[in-house]
Design a protein around this ligand. Structure first.
Ligand SMILES: Cc1cc2nc3c(=O)[nH]c(=O)nc-3n(C[C@H](O)[C@H](O)[C@H](O)COP(=O)(O)OP(=O)(O)OC[C@H]3O[C@@H](n4cnc5c(N)ncnc54)[C@H](O)[C@@H]3O)c2cc1C
Length: 370
């Protein structure tokens, strides 16, 4: 079977790449070993966070935020996007100064999306927050979407634009063939001039085959969801110095994350919730929201995600093989970036370049130290 582009992985990065290629009139085949959105892309916290990102990700996250704001134009659906803002709370003046220094650095580079809010504004925005916090880092345009709805909308739009999505097809190997790349799978071989490696936590398998292994560690971040509560919170809340992501959904439940890890058996693709870790997560919640102490947790789950040693993804051309492109290692914050990652991948594949600054995500950053 022949295609213009083969995409390994039907998570959001693969689906977004297929969608953007389709917008340019190029048909792709997405090969997914299970079903699209089955892994990180379908089970994440749905956080659309620009706040407190690694500096290298700022241009991408700002562009992605613009795309989420107008998501209907891209995927014909709203993905349940709600943009009510996000705060990163400071408990002390020292912490607030650190956050102010970040805002100053961003301003110096021309970015206005993060700001400091004082104590009074913080308590107006988050009235149930424990007393004594001094202020926060704030972005009024952050928010959330519903991950499975987003994965479904991206998939439907990619198909409408000509992509073919093959579920239950596991890629086993990639080899250079006469007229491009031959991709061996559990369902026969496929050929294409270009291959996009969007295999999430499994992507190092393919980078290694091409002679460019990376320090990617599969891990299983955990989420908890509470029973439904009367409305008390509009914003997403994080806290300086703590692993916390805390938001109340429209149905009243509260989703609690912060990259607390479950125990993962990667070979078996099984994770077991670590209740000691969840206790730490719950203690952080009750530190900032004491009224949550008696609230019931109704469900916990974990998803498998690829974490890079330096916390930022690999996005770009292979350094070893022409026609191979990578987008993986999103280290628990790739949901927000997915609309722009697909755009970048399609531009790299079709134009050989993108106007977004992706040098920090180059796979060669690991080869230099070998
Ligand atoms: C619990 C949790 C909470 C998170 N919360 C947030 C959040 O609030 N905000 C945010 O921005 N990000 C969040 N993330 C991160 C985000 O979900 C991921 O960064 C993003 O979904 C990665 O997308 P992906 O397409 O690279 O990976 P995936 O969704 O994992 O997709 C990769 C796909 O490749 C397939 N695949 C692998 N190997 C093969 C093969 N050999 N053949 C065929 N197919 C293959 C897999 O089956 C998988 O479907 C969270 C992640 C988790 C786990």
């Amino acid at each position: 079977m022949k295609a213009d582009v083969i995409i390994i992985g039907g998570g959001l990065q693969g689906l977004s790449t297929a969608l953007h290629l389709g917008r340019r009139g190029v048909k792709s085949i997405v090969l997914e070993k299970e079903s699209p959105g089955r892994h990180a892309s379908g089970v994440n916290a749905g956080g659309l966070r620009q706040l407190n990102r690694h500096m290298a990700e700022i241009p991408l996250t700002v562009e992605a935020a613009r795309m989420w704001k107008n998501i209907r134009e891209l995927v014909d659906g709203d993905c349940d996007v709600v943009l009510r803002g996000q705060v990163r709370v400071a408990e002390s003046d020292v912490q607030l100064k650190k956050l102010q220094a970040r805002v100053d650095m961003l301003r110096a580079q021309g970015y206005e999306h993060e700001q400091i809010i004082d104590q009074e504004t913080l308590y107006r925005l988050v009235p149930r927050l424990v007393e004594g916090c001094v202020g926060a880092l704030y972005n009024p345009d952050d928010g959330s979407a519903r991950p499975f709805h987003a994965a479904t909308a991206f998939r439907h739009k990619a198909i409408a634009l000509g992509a073919e999505i093959r579920s239950g097809v596991e890629v086993l190997g990639i080899e250079e063939g006469g007229d491009g790349w031959r991709v061996e799978t559990s369902q026969g071989s496929f050929t294409a001039a270009n291959v996009a490696n969007c295999a999430g936590a499994w992507a190092n398998r393919f980078a290694s085959m091409l002679g460019e292994p990376v320090p990617l560690k599969p891990q299983a971040p955990t989420l908890m969801v509470t029973e439904r509560l009367p409305h008390f919170l509009d914003l997403t809340v994080g806290a300086e110095g703590y692993q916390l992501s805390f938001k109340q959904m429209q149905n009243g439940t509260v989703i609690i994350g912060g990259a607390h890890l479950a125990k993962l058996d990667f070979e078996q693709e099984k994770s077991v919730i670590d209740f000691a870790t969840l206790k730490t997560s719950a203690q952080t919640v009750t530190r900032f929201f004491p009224h949550m102490a008696q609230v019931r947790i109704v469900r916990t789950w974990a998803g498998i995600e690829g974490f890079m040693a330096d916390g930022i993804p690999v996005i770009g051309k292979s350094a070893k093989a022409a026609g191979i492109f990578h987008a993986f290692g999103f280290s628990a914050h790739g949901f927000q970036l997915s609309p722009v990652v697909g755009r970048i991948m399609s531009e790299l594949i079709l134009d050989g370049k993108t106007d977004l600054p992706i040098e920090p995500f180059d796979i060669r950053r690991f080869q230099k130290t070998e």
